[in-house]
Design a protein. Structure first.
Length: 231
């Protein structure tokens, strides 16, 4: 299992910062300052401890730091050195269960979009095959605080990445400049999300990302001067 915290380090918390993912975090007064060197083995044991409890059917709402520490064989202080509370820990549990995000090839807007949508497809497959992931995702949506943390640290960055790819496409002449990129971002992701989340019996074939991207780009590329009608 990959360690999500080894892939991406959170920047030090700054006074007055109002990020949704940080606004509701409360580090206990006696918790050591974050940012110390972290042991991937310890973090993996803690995350696997949470997953073990979830496999046993323990709801997220009933998981306490004390119980997680006991299951993982560590002290509560060890957990608080790495996560400020349950919400932050649970977000990393979900990230550990999901397929890791690969780097974008950067060869073209089309290639980058295919990679991004392929990840949406793979996460959809993971949700279908992993009872833990499916259960946690459902429970997160019933907890506004936890869902806000997940959205701010996982969903929002992925959305920003999609917008960056589309902007580069406009700058490189691969995409028309008269398009609403926020809307377009939703249009690209929507078909696969619809199949993965709502029509759970729908196929998610290997070439779905390629087909979605190529179908949409047919009507979104700039019209060349040679193909424009005279007049």
């Amino acid at each position: 299992m990959h360690s999500p915290r080894s892939r991406e380090r959170s920047p030090p918390r700054q006074e007055g910062r109002s990020d949704v993912s940080l606004a509701d975090r409360h580090t206990p007064p006696d918790a050591p300052a974050r940012g110390r060197p972290r042991s991937e083995a310890v973090e993996r044991a803690i995350i696997e401890g949470v997953m073990r409890l979830l496999e046993e059917g323990v709801p997220l709402a009933e998981l306490s730091i004390e119980r997680i520490a006991r299951t993982a064989g560590v002290g509560k202080a060890t957990i608080y050195r790495r996560w400020s509370g349950k919400e932050e820990l649970f977000v990393d549990v979900v990230r550990a269960a999901e397929p890791p995000d690969p780097p974008l090839p950067g060869t073209s807007m089309r290639d980058d979009l295919v990679v991004l949508l392929e990840q949406v497809r793979r996460r959809g497959l993971a949700n279908r095959s992993s009872a833990i992931l499916h259960s946690v995702q459902a429970q997160m949506k019933s907890s506004p605080k936890l869902w806000a943390a997940y959205h701010a640290t996982v969903v929002a960055p992925r959305r920003r990445l999609g917008l960056e790819v589309l902007r580069r496409g406009q700058e490189n002449g691969e995409l028309r400049t008269d398009l609403d990129l926020e809307l377009l971002n939703d249009i690209f992701v929507g078909p696969i999300l619809l199949r993965a989340a709502l029509h759970t019996d729908a196929d998610l074939p290997d070439d779905l990302a390629d087909r979605v991207v190529d179908t949409l780009l047919e009507g979104l590329r700039p019209v060349s001067s040679e193909s424009r009608p005279p007049g």
